[in-house]
Design a protein around this ligand. Structure first.
Ligand code: G3H
Ligand code: 13P
Ligand code: NA
Ligand code: ZN
Length: 325
């Protein structure tokens, strides 16, 4: 069955790697995630956002995730599978997911005041931890930058290291998402924050590893989570443009920096956008090359196969989770 994150994170922190947290909204994404994680023998966190529940239906998604455990077995290797609510924004949503079988939830109170964040996160933890099967909870301190945010250096939403120990103690969270420079989507930095290489590709500034290490000193060995960790491969943005799409100023987190983060107490790395880009690139390619194709399996199939390649690469070459299941 589904497992919570407790043991997985303890092992990952000790072992110096990170568990992949991949979002899914549909069948093909889920197939690719499970195929890739079985083939690389990696534990996996299946993430469902509230947007995913609205798009695909909550009942369908949770039953698909349960089916994924059997699917892995059928593929020949039992990997630990976590079903996790991504960016829960209320106690009621977390409770609903917990009662319907999620093994882990995130309560994202990062936009609230510190006191309100503590109170809400504690409320979710008290409920999640009192279940017959302990449900793990991820909290968040610090706000991830949005594309619309100001770039000025004064304007910092980075996690404040002096708050983390108190937050973890008061709430009882099992893991903590932090803000050290990552953000959601395919445009993680403004062009003016970046330099350009000889090919005109945007090179982003380094993540704030100094803040990460201050956080680690305050809560040694405590499981840390990185959101917004897509690398936005040029290979896919180029392909999307080649086949008629428009990609503007896209830039992600370089793999080298994620590799470095995975060796620290960062033990969960969230990736969604890269999968979206890979799927879009392959679907555009099929449409461009075979304009007469109208069987969805003929374009969703190649998209799924590319997704699998992408996830295997992440597990093996970036997160280090391959071989850990
Ligand atoms: O953090 C956001 C994830 O990429 C999920 O995105 O809310 O559009 O499903 P979504
Ligand atoms: P990306 O947009 O970088 O893939 O981040 C996904 C994420 O953080 C999901 O919670
Ligand atoms: Na790690
Ligand atoms: Zn996120």
């Amino acid at each position: 069955g589904l497992v919570n994150t407790k043991e997985l994170f303890a092992k990952a922190v000790k072992g110096g790697y990170a568990i992949p947290a991949y979002n899914f909204n549909n069948l093909e994404q889920l197939q690719a995630i499970i195929q890739a994680c079985v083939e690389t023998k990696s534990p996996v966190i299946l993430q469902v956002s509230s947007g995913a529940r609205k798009y695909a239906n909550a009942n369908l998604l949770r039953n698909m995730a349960r089916g994924a455990v059997e699917y892995a077995h059928e593929l020949g290797y039992d990997i630990p599978v976590v079903l996790h609510l991504d960016h829960g924004d209320s106690f009621e949503l977390c409770k609903d997911c917990i009662e319907s079988g999620f093994s882990s939830v995130m309560i994202d109170g990062s936009h609230l005041s510190y006191e309100e964040n503590v109170a809400l996160t504690k409320k979710v933890c008290d409920f999640a931890h009192s279940q017959k099967d302990y449900v793990t909870v991820e909290g968040e301190l610090g706000v991830l930058a949005g594309v619309e945010d100001d770039v000025s250096s004064e304007h910092s939403h980075y996690t404040q290291p002096e708050e983390v120990e108190d937050f973890v103690k008061k709430t009882g969270v099992d893991s903590l998402a932090i803000s050290i420079g990552t953000s959601h989507g395919a445009t993680k930095f403004k062009p003016e924050q970046c330099t350009r290489n000889a090919d005109g590709v945007l090179i982003p500034p380094e993540l704030r590893f100094d803040i990460l290490s201050q956080i680690e000193k305050r809560i040694p060995g405590f499981p840390i989570v990185l959101h917004g960790s897509s690398s936005v491969p040029v290979q896919y943005t180029k392909m999307i443009e080649q086949y008629g799409g428009v990609m503007k100023d896209t830039v992600g987190i370089p793999e080298e920096q994620l590799r470095k983060a995975a060796k620290s107490a960062v033990c969960k790395i969230n990736i969604d956008s890269d999968g979206r880009l890979a799927m879009t690139a392959l679907i555009r390619k099929v449409f461009a090359e075979k304009p007469g194709e109208f069987d969805p399996r003929k374009y969703l199939g190649p998209a799924r196969d590319e997704l699998k390649v992408l996830y295997m690469h992440k597990n093996k070459e970036v997160l280090g989770s391959a071989g850990q299941a």
